[in-house]
Design a protein around this ligand. Sequence first.
Ligand SMILES: [Zn+2]
Length: 108
Amino acid sequence: MSSAGLLIAPPKRTCDDARCPFHGHVKVRGKILTGRVVSVSDKQTVVLQREFLQSVPKYNRYERRRGKVHAHLPPCIDLKEGDTASVAECRPLSKTISFVVIQSRRSD
Ligand SMILES: [Zn+2]
């Protein structure tokens, strides 16, 4: 098992998913994003929603924006809707997925 080049604790469980950054062959590089899980599908895919503030110079204020990130969920990480999770950028795994879940913070 590899640390996937990340400074976080690897999951306690192991898995045999080739697309797992810890137990498979997917390498992560680039961005690491954190957000709230709004959808978990049984096809090992989660949707993360992130809220951020965008500066509006004309009014000298910020507006709230939100964006969604689709990510692959390896079987060694437990997640449910409402949890906070971190995802790391990787190679494109499908048409819309270029991130993989690396850490979950359970909401309970
Ligand atoms: Zn794994």
